[in-house]
Design a protein around this ligand. Structure first.
Ligand SMILES: *[C@@H]1O[C@H](CO)[C@@H](O)[C@H](O)[C@H]1NC(C)=O
Ligand SMILES: *[C@@H]1O[C@H](CO)[C@@H](O)[C@H](O)[C@H]1NC(C)=O
Ligand SMILES: *[C@@H]1O[C@H](CO)[C@@H](O)[C@H](O)[C@H]1NC(C)=O
Ligand SMILES: *[C@@H]1O[C@H](CO)[C@@H](O)[C@H](O)[C@H]1NC(C)=O
Ligand SMILES: *[C@@H]1O[C@H](CO)[C@@H](O)[C@H](O)[C@H]1NC(C)=O
Length: 367
């Protein structure tokens, strides 16, 4: 048992190292490559009407139309703007993406039979779609098939701390965080580049009663916009797709358009949100494209994976520390609530929570 654990751990450690190397090489090469030789996984459009009808029937309370005050011109302008975004995101539906020109709806294919699991969590009976077999996805699916949730206690803690805020989930995967946030009644915009993950996430939202709260954007997010190639070791499907070299690894490759996080301002229908970023060491690139978002929205909480990004020399710890300082956010240990010291960032935990100093933690709120 112990030997097995160590073996698994070693394997995981090797993987992480590979991933970091792959990403490092990839980011320098990804814009040189011709992506034409790679065909993206096709996304069908035939079910669009069906999905759209479903969405229109379910316009949420939070999205309901507000009548602007006739007397107040500035108020009317701001309410109109908000309403514009609300109707835009509702037109786009549960699953959509952006290319260099504009946003467009994608079909959340309802014909595919997907494997479903139900797991009891603190929030309730959590039902969602996973991959068919444990060997298809050794992180999320393998655990889910045994009734476990990947990073369960961290997710519970984050969902509790951020429970009063809508959620922007970058690296949504199959929806462990996004769908549970919806179960708390929160509005969610999730960004997920891998079509197979995005399909499971949008199908869970549609089939298990969250389609009025969840929107899924099937794009990559980076520090500049353009096509990027992502590759995966097939057995790590849901968590190990990376911006990667195009060939020679026996990986599946796909091309997705990378957007700046700032682009979300064009569709996000709320002014305040908690942000989660888990993008396999690409966190610095995501943050580098988020200045406008942080200026125009109130984002008092950011939960991010730290372990992979901290030692990168470009778009690494320095990029993130400078950014967070600019927006008056301080680093905390998610689980203990302990304030972390900027100088010791190489020793921070696997994930960190950034928060604005005036944002109340749950214990403080209840007092
Ligand atoms: C990609 O382009 C950059 C800048 O033009 C160059 O330094 C780098 O060597 C190129 N990489 C590859 C793999 O061609
Ligand atoms: C609506 O979208 C515009 C950009 O199209 C953005 O400037 C504005 O802040 C958004 N409004 C809300 C309420 O999100
Ligand atoms: C789903 O099934 C229907 C009916 O069998 C078919 O008309 C439609 O083309 C299928 N959609 C996709 C996306 O395969
Ligand atoms: C949980 O929800 C799913 C889907 O609605 C349902 O099939 C399952 O029976 C529920 N499980 C429990 C224990 O309530
Ligand atoms: C990105 O790739 C897609 C298909 O692979 C292609 O149709 C599109 O023109 C590319 N976009 C840009 C901006 O290069």
């Amino acid at each position: 048992m112990r030997g097995r654990t160590i073996q698994t751990f070693t394997l995981a450690a090797i993987l992480v190292v590979c991933v970091v190397i792959v990403l490092h090489v990839a980011h320098q090469t990804s814009y040189n490559q011709s992506t034409e030789e790679l065909s993206p996984i096709p996304l069908h459009n035939t079910n669009l009407m069906q999905d759209q009808q479903l969405i229109n029937r379910n316009i949420p309370r939070g999205y309901s139309k507000r009548k602007p005050e006739d007397t107040d011109v500035s108020l009317r302008t701001s309410a109109d703007k908000e309403e514009e975004n609300v109707s835009k995101i509702n037109r786009l539906g549960v699953l959509f993406a952006r290319d260099a020109r504009d946003w467009a709806p994608l079909t959340c294919d309802r014909n595919r039979t997907l494997r479903q699991v139900s797991i009891k969590t603190k929030i309730g009976n959590f039902t969602f779609y996973v991959y068919d077999k444990a060997s298809d996805d050794e992180s999320v699916t393998a655990r889910a098939l045994k009734g476990n949730i990947f990073e369960r206690s961290e997710i519970e803690r984050f969902l509790d701390i951020s429970r009063d805020l809508p959620l922007i989930d970058v690296g949504g995967n199959v929806g462990l965080v996004a769908l549970q946030a919806a179960m708390q009644g929160r509005q969610v915009v999730a960004v997920e580049p891998i079509p197979e993950n995005a399909l499971r996430l949008c199908r869970s939202a549609l089939d298990f009663g969250h389609s009025h709260l969840v929107h899924v954007i099937n794009n990559a997010v980076s520090s500049s916009e353009g096509n990027v190639t992502l590759a995966s070791d097939i057995s790590k499907q849901s968590t190990r797709f990376e911006v990667a070299r195009k060939s020679g690894w026996g990986f599946d490759s796909i091309v997705r358009f990378a957007i700046l996080l700032d682009r979300l301002l064009e569709v996000v229908p709320f002014k305040r949100a908690a942000l989660k970023i888990d993008v396999e060491s690409h966190e610095g690139h995501v943050i580098a494209g988020a200045h406008k978002l942080f200026k125009e929205m109130d984002i008092p909480l950011v939960w991010m994976e730290w372990a992979h990004v901290k030692e990168k020399t470009e778009f690494g710890a320095k990029t993130i520390l400078d950014f967070m300082q600019t927006y008056s956010m301080e680093p905390y240990d998610l689980m203990s609530g302990r304030r972390l010291h900027e100088k010791t960032y190489m020793h921070w935990p696997f994930t960190v929570l950034w928060r604005k100093t005036n944002f109340p933690m749950p214990a403080e709120r209840e007092r």
